[in-house]
Design a protein around this ligand. Structure first.
Ligand code: NAP
Length: 296
């Protein structure tokens, strides 16, 4: 059984990006700049944004964080977005989700300049994704595709079952796996909470992607012998044997499922680090777009 090592593969990608950024600096150009908007003090969001900042710096990029209290108005947040859209020194930015309940998330995302939308959530970029056009691919599914490619996992003609249809993971994942190219071309089934006989469907999968947000949901009887399993879930559960008092688990019951797999992503160290690497790839892309605009 192969453990798909997201930590090593993401480090490879970051090394490639760091070399590209160093090349730019050597030529006297400025470093790419990623910004993040963080509203409120949600613990997980704080951790994600801190990690994005740290990773930006590790590859030589500039990063900045715009922090606001929970009670910032939607109008005020839209003004921040408009400011970042117009700032030529900011190549791309993200609005860390979730946002407070009084905000209309769709309106906030639609306000981001699609050329700076490094999360790839803007309707224009989602539309381009559906059409197979060049776009910012949402970081988690992009990271998973890269993980499969760089781990030598064959996808062509395989049965792929994606568990979960969220806009940020499941739906783009299903689209990418069904693309007509040598690292996709799978036959895809997209499952959700209304899927009947779920275990029957998931047992058909040569490649099973679990993104349903339920700790340890995928059990051994839901997985075919020899399947490749990608676990997107991240959950903190209490563990008094750990110094921190908790440990991370995924949407897959790893102990039960791993022995049946030909390959599996661990949690942590699988999909998680790839998501951050993919965001850096998107920032490089936004930088190239921005520089091309400046030259026009
Ligand atoms: P989400 O928005 O909550 O979507 C969950 C999906 O699972 C929905 O489509 C839902 O169906 C489906 N679902 C829920 N219960 C089900 C059941 N019993 N049977 C079948 N389908 C069911 O989740 P998400 O944002 O995609 O995230 C999924 C997981 O990935 C979470 O654990 C999250 O923390 C993690 N995540 C990790 C990363 C990373 O970097 N590793 C990034 C993003 C997310 P309906 O549509 O019918 O409700």
């Amino acid at each position: 059984m192969q453990i798909i090592d997201g930590k090593t593969i993401s480090a490879e990608i970051k090394k490639e990006i760091a070399a590209e950024v160093a090349g730019l600096i050597d030529k006297g150009q400025r470093a790419p700049h990623m910004a993040a908007i963080l509203v409120g003090h949600d613990g997980a969001s704080e951790t994600y944004v801190a990690s994005k900042e740290k990773n930006c710096h590790s590859v030589g990029m500039t990063s900045s964080v715009y922090r606001y209290e929970e009670n910032i108005s939607e109008q005020a947040l839209l003004e921040v977005i408009s400011f970042l859209n117009g700032d030529p020194e900011v190549d791309g930015f993200i609005v860390q989700l979730p946002l407070p309940k009084h905000m209309n998330v769709d309106r906030i995302i639609a306000a981001i300049d699609p050329d700076k939308d490094i999360d790839g959530f803007h309707p224009m970029n989602m539309g381009r994704l559906v059409l197979g056009e060049d776009t910012f691919i949402p970081a988690t599914p992009y990271g998973i595709m890269e993980l499969l490619k760089r781990s030598g996992i064959e996808t062509v003609g395989k049965e792929c079952v994606v568990l979960g249809r969220s806009n940020i993971v499941g739906t783009p994942m299903a689209l990418l796996m069904s693309r007509n190219n040598e690292h996709a071309n799978a036959t895809v089934t997209l499952c959700h909470s209304k899927t009947r006989n779920l275990a029957e469907v998931t047992r058909r999968a040569d490649i099973l992607v679990a993104a349903i947000g339920k700790p340890g949901f995928v059990k051994a009887d839901m997985v075919k012998e020899g399947a490749v399993v990608v676990d997107v879930g991240i959950h903190r559960i209490e563990d008094t044997s750990k110094q921190s008092g908790f440990r991370l688990i995924g949407d897959v019951d790893y102990e039960e499922v791993a022995p049946k797999c030909s390959a599996i992503t661990p949690v942590p160290g699988g999909v998680g680090p790839m998501t951050i690497a993919a965001l850096l790839v998107n920032t490089m892309k936004a930088y190239r777009k921005n520089i091309a605009k400046e030259k026009r």
